[in-house]
Design a protein around this ligand. Structure first.
Ligand SMILES: CN1c2c(nc(N)[nH]c2=O)NC[C@@H]1CNc1ccc(C(=O)N[C@@H](CCC(=O)N[C@@H](CCC(=O)N[C@@H](CCC(=O)O)C(=O)O)C(=O)O)C(=O)O)cc1
Ligand SMILES: N[C@@H](CCS)C(=O)O
Ligand SMILES: [Zn+2]
Length: 788
């Protein structure tokens, strides 16, 4: 009788981003799909063996993906949108990647599936599309192939699959389909049942069904469909045990539902739901007690090792909780696990030689987290004495972090105390400052601009890599980046854009770049985390009080402004985005950290204005994504986010125009907060939703200016002039011409110059068409037809 050590998922990208390199080679035609598959198989084997070597009792399979595990699931369930021309049979690689990235070969021009944020993470999934007569059938053998692959290596795995409740909830209806997506769940169940039965026949003893949707507010039809679905799944494959994995928040009112389902084990997140996230404060002990009260005869999987953060586990505290559960349930009914899949953490801390040694000692990445799980299991099963050294080291780390002088900066604390309400308000209202800005900026009607970044070419990346390796000196690096900025400005002049950007060539990433320059942050050499497909980020680590020792962007921006008579937009990342896309300290409320970041950004805003920059964009790309999963928590979070944005932005005079940008945003529910941010201009993602997102701005009579994205930068597809004109006409039917800006959906760093130039030329041409229309038929202020 022993407690089992388990894992819910391992990062698939590879410690050195091997999968990224292979995918991009494959897409370039330099690597066959067969070769790509071999690299995938090597990565899977390596990751399984890592887990096997640590003696994990349950090792997941099917956590690997060539692009996205939800896309894999759509293929598995035969949910392939008609436009990809799939005719049945196993979904082939070309169709799979067309779904992920779109396809543009001659006249064959098919857009990609929509990407959206996976709950409140920075991981993006491809949104399942459900048509009017949607049916499901098994259409991929991936889950079986991976199970068989592991078995051929002598490794018994626990196949992991996202469950029917979550799949239905995170998808969208298309082509006029008009039903509640919960009605799809009964049709999904037979396919899951077939999968389970086949896995059982292959020798599987456990399967893991991920249902993070159980952390959301669940409408009644979903709850009912969930109950009915699991009643059927429980009998689908007798002998195959089911672990129901919930994560990203505590279960709250869904706890009775989750624990009532006829499964063998339930996994709960004891990190995210216990007060560290943007949620109402829950304490771990209360969550555990609640689960113990509801668990009945099931096994309880304790998500004690944080899958969303990189802090080393407090082993003594975890042991206490595990022992508590064991005392109540018995060892064989307790599993130790990460809070969620380790997909959201970097792979390996070893080799992070640039990290400060003291900070490094405080951290654990995915591999180190596996060690922690194994150590905890050993400590419970064989007694604390068997892990005495690990416990002593863990205690020492807890104490070192708690008392470190590097964390607490009295000057920052004083600045926080000195924040006055006046620092969070512009001197005048939008209506008053708008004419001042118009006369200073002197822009044409419907001004064109871009969101900030231009292609991060191989040349730029190579130069930065050489600079970081010490093979290029600072002067040469600066000259090269300046040359890139000059080039970006020349191209914008040629294209005829109105408000220019410097292109962000000098930035590795819009968050990491700022993290590298702020006190209180540490950054890694290889701490990559998958964001979508082959794209990764290296979230910086906020370990202490944050401050800005010196200006971060002023030199680059003023250099760029010196090269043009047009207006140069300064470009900053906002406090919430920096918070969301970093690994955040867990020893103080997140809000305290974001306020410190806001003060640092405020200083930068003031310096940019002082240096003559007339438009400053503060990107809050992650504001919507950071919204807590439960509505009950929204107000507190939004109030804080708006407050932080205003603290960062309101350092300027009326004449300085503040822009903000948000990508992948669904605004209907948060319009009052967007309005309260009081940015002079907001640019948003709207092209994939065909301007539908504008409804929210119209319904709420949003008075400030808006740049609804007119082309989707996530695809290599070049939009035509006509397409963009059509979108702009839609925008003009609901917004005034004075309100409207013309820009892409998001930054262009992931694209190549030829497609960017073509797309922007088309965008400028579209602007001209619409300006002509505007001179003959001005748009109405909130025409009645546009109101709901
Ligand atoms: C806007 N988005 C962002 C999100 N999160 C962020 N933190 N940043 C964002 O911009 N979330 C939502 C969206 C979409 N998400 C992404 C995420 C990632 C990318 C992206 O393009 N990532 C790049 C890596 C960027 C980076 O860190 N570059 C570094 C290192 C470059 C590199 O690979 N160098 C090579 C050597 C150079 C060579 O020889 O070629 C190496 O180190 O091996 C840099 O520029 O210095 C990616 O490639 O994945 C986009 C949107
Ligand atoms: N300024 C950033 C925003 C991305 S969300 C960019 O253009 O890449
Ligand atoms: Zn964006």
């Amino acid at each position: 009788m022993s407690v089992r050590s388990t894992n819910l998922g391992f990062p698939r990208i590879g410690a050195r981003r091997e999968l990224k390199q292979a995918l991009e080679q494959h897409w370039k035609g330099a690597l066959s799909f067969h070769q790509l598959e071999q690299i995938g198989a090597q990565l899977r084997e390596r990751h399984w063996r890592l887990q096997q070597a640590r003696g994990l009792d349950h090792i997941p399979s099917n956590d690997f993906s060539f692009y996205d595990h939800i896309l894999d699931l759509s293929c598995t369930l035969g949910c392939v949108p008609r436009r990809y021309g799939w005719t049945g049979g196993p979904v082939d690689a070309a169709t799979y990647f067309a779904m992920a990235r779109g396809r543009q070969i001659g006249r064959d021009d098919v857009v990609a599936m929509e990407m959206s944020k996976w709950f409140d993470t920075n991981y993006h999934y491809l949104v399942p599309e459900f048509g009017p007569d949607q049916t499901f059938r098994l259409a991929s053998t991936k889950v079986f192939d991976e199970y068989a692959h592991a078995r051929s290596l002598g490794i018994q795995t626990r196949p992991a699959i996202v469950g029917p409740l979550t799949y239905a909830m995170i998808g969208k209806t298309v082509d006029g389909a008009d039903y509640c997506r919960s009605s799809l769940i009964p049709g999904l169940v037979p396919v899951y049942a077939e999968i389970f039965e086949r896995l059982r026949s292959m020798g599987a003893d456990w399967v893991q069904i991920d249902e993070p949707a159980l952390s959301l507010d669940l409408p009644l039809p979903y709850r009912e469909a969930c109950t009915a679905a699991y009643a059927q799944l429980a009998t689908a494959a007798p002998g195959l045990r089911i672990l129901l994995a919930t994560y990203f928040d505590s279960l709250r009112d869904n706890a009775p539902l989750a624990f009532s389902l006829p499964v063998d084990a339930v996994h709960i997140d004891l990190c995210r739901g216990s007060g560290q996230a943007n949620t109402e404060s829950n304490d771990l002990e209360r969550l555990l007690e609640e689960a113990l009260a509801l668990v009945g005869s099931k096994t309880l999987s304790l998500g004690l090792i944080d899958g969303r953060n990189i802090w080393r586990n407090d082993l003594a505290a975890s042991l206490k909780h595990i022992e508590w559960a064991v005392a109540r349930l018995g060892a064989d009914r307790v599993m130790i696990a990460p809070s969620c899949s380790l997909l959201h953490t970097p792979v390996d801390l070893e080799g992070e030689d640039q990290l400060d040694r003291q900070v490094k000692r405080w951290l654990a990445f995915a591999i180190q987290k596996l060690d922690e799980i194994a150590t905890l299991a050993k400590g419970v099963n064989r007694g604390r004495v068997s892990i005495a050294a690990a416990l002593a080291e863990s205690d020492a780390v807890v104490e070192d972090r708690r008392t470190s002088a590097r964390i607490h900066d009295p000057r920052v604390q004083q600045r926080l105390r000195d924040i006055a309400p006046s620092m969070k308000a512009r001197s005048s209202s939008f209506v008053e400052r708008n004419p001042v800005q118009r006369s200073v900026l002197n822009l044409p009607l419907l001004p064109t601009t871009t969101i900030g970044s231009f292609p991060q070419t191989a040349v730029i990346r190579k130069a930065r890599a050489a600079f970081k390796r010490g093979e290029m000196d600072e002067a040469e690096y600066r000259d090269q980046m300046r040359a890139e900025i000059r080039d970006a400005i020349d191209r914008q002049h040629r294209l005829g854009l109105d408000v220019l950007v410097h292109g962000e060539a000098e930035r590795n990433d819009m968050v990491e770049y700022f993290g590298e320059q702020l006190e209180g942050f540490a950054f890694t050499g290889n701490g990559w985390v998958q964001s979508y497909g082959s794209r990764c980020v290296k979230p910086p680590i906020i370990f202490g009080d944050v401050s800005r020792p010196r200006p971060m962007t002023v030199e680059w921006t003023t250099y760029a402004q010196s090269l043009t008579r047009k207006v140069m937009k300064g470009m900053l990342s906002g406090p919430i985005t920096i918070l969301q896309w970093s690994f955040v300290r867990d020893d103080q409320p997140r809000r305290m950290t974001s306020r410190q970041i806001a003060l640092a950004i405020r200083d930068e805003v003031a310096d940019l204005e002082r240096a003559g920059i007339r438009i400053i964009q503060i990107d809050e790309a992650a504001l919507r994504e950071g919204l807590p999963l439960r509505r009950a928590d929204w107000k507190r979070w939004l109030d804080g986010a708006v407050d932080d944005f205003r603290l960062a932005a309101c350092a300027v005079e009326d004449r300085t125009q503040i822009h903000t940008h948000m990508c992948y945003s669904e605004f209907n529910d948060i319009m009052p907060a967007i309005a309260a941010m009081d940015a002079d201009v907001i640019s948003i993602e709207t092209s994939r939703s065909h301007m539908q997102l504008l409804d929210a701005f119209v319904d709420w009579r949003y008075p400030n200016e808006i740049g609804p994205g007119v082309y989707d930068i996530h695809s290599a597809r070049v939009p035509t002039v006509d397409e963009m004109v059509a979108l702009l006409r839609k925008a003009r039917s609901v917004l005034t011409d004075e309100q409207l800006w013309i820009n892409p959906d998001c930054g262009l760093k992931t694209r190549d110059w030829p497609e960017v130039e073509q797309a922007l030329a088309n965008m400028v041409a579209a602007a001209e068409v619409v300006r002509k229309e505007s001179s003959t038929a001005p748009a109405q202020l909130f025409p009645a037809s546009a109101r709901r």
